[in-house]
Design a protein around this ligand. Structure first.
Ligand code: COA
Ligand code: ZN
Length: 306
């Protein structure tokens, strides 16, 4: 039987690097990490953000990284995060074909993260979809499952309310939605309910998931989504990541752990585990940060003895 393909979308160079405090990560090292990911077989990469360098100083070299990646890997599925029209325009001018426009389901996190009301965010999305029909605008729905300021009750437990929130985005032309658990509070049942509601309300909208591993549930949440039919899962090398504007936000679902889990479970990722693990360990040795990956602490040569 043919193996089911799961697309790993690597967001480490964006979500991971944005969370690194202290010394600026040299641009050459960023390029090197992307090269290692590609060499390991990663074909989908969110490689930077076109945001204010005051908000995210680590990604102030977005244009340079972008030029490098776009010219070196024209055939890969490459994307960048944008918070507003200015970011979308900057990306478009450099030839970016896919942007991920972030809006938080939580009004308070939307304000803390991008200083916008829901209405302003929706207007910006409409504007970019209209202005750049040649550029795909994925909608990143941050805090889908819970918010650092509002908790995870009420509207976070109401998949129909989430779908209603998305309706004007769908009407504006949304083709892909990325359900993000920004602070890692989702549980598998909550994930399944949201995915099923999305499939029912918007059957032609492609679904991605972005599930932080803050409480150790990233993997089971990803598996819950996959069992509902989701084929696109975002991960970050060595589990680095977290939104600087969401208090307590930490580690991502790690790429190497997810690749291991999927390869062992009979899925096809197209990613070489040994290579991606080596890349993760290399990154840990070069870039200090808040890592949540499990395999980075396991020696590859350690035999399994059971
Ligand atoms: N790229 C680069 N610079 C930008 C920008 C963009 N997309 N959008 C705005 N700016 C600059 C403005 O030029 C201005 O610069 P100045 O202070 O030197 O004049 C400054 O940022 C503030 O602009 P303003 O439009 O008033 O924005 P703001 O202060 O309301 O901030 C954002 C809004 C969205 C620009 C800012 O909050 C941001 O970039 N957030 C990033 C959020 C993020 O990446 N979070 C993690 C991922 S979920
Ligand atoms: Zn994230």
């Amino acid at each position: 039987m043919e193996k089911k393909q799961i697309n790993i979308i690597e967001v480490g160079p964006r979500d991971g690097f944005q969370s690194v405090k202290g010394d600026f990560i040299p641009t050459e090292l960023k390029k090197e990490m992307i090269d290692l990911l590609v060499d390991a077989g990663v074909k989908h990469i969110e490689y930077t953000s076109f945001v204010s360098p005051k908000a995210i100083p680590q990604l102030a070299d977005a244009a340079e990284v972008s030029e490098y990646v776009l010219s070196k890997y024209p055939d890969l599925d490459l994307m960048v995060l944008v918070p507003n029209m200015r970011g979308a325009t900057n990306a478009h001018n450099l030839g970016v074909k896919k942007v991920c426009n972030v809006v938080s389901y939580s009004a308070s996190h939307n304000k803390a993260n991008i200083n916008r009301t829901h209405e302003e965010s929706l207007n910006a999305y409409r504007e970019m979809v209209e202005a750049y029909p040649d550029m795909e605008c994925v909608l990143d729905l941050a805090t889908t499952f819970g918010c650092p300021f509002e908790g995870k009750g009420g509207k976070y437990q109401d998949p129909d309310a989430i779908m209603e929130f998305l309706r004007p985005y769908k009407e504006a032309g949304m083709k892909t939605v990325n359900y993000c658990d920004t602070i890692g509070v989702a549980d598998p049942e909550q994930v399944k309910k949201v995915i099923r509601a999305s499939q029912e309300a918007y059957p032609d909208v492609h679904i991605q998931v972005h599930l932080h591993d803050t409480r150790g549930l990233g993997m089971v949440n990803a598996m819950a989504a996959i069992e509902c039919g989701v084929t696109d899962v975002q991960t970050a090398l060595a589990g680095l990541g977290g939104c600087p504007f969401a208090p307590g936000a930490s580690g991502n679902l790690s790429t190497e752990d997810t690749v291991w889990m999927l390869n062992e479970s009979g899925y096809e990722t197209g990613i070489n585990f040994s290579k991606v693990l080596a890349a993760a360990k290399y990154q840990v040795s070069k870039i200090p940060g808040n890592y949540s990956g499990h395999h980075i602490t396991i020696d590859k040569e350690t035999p399994c003895c059971f």
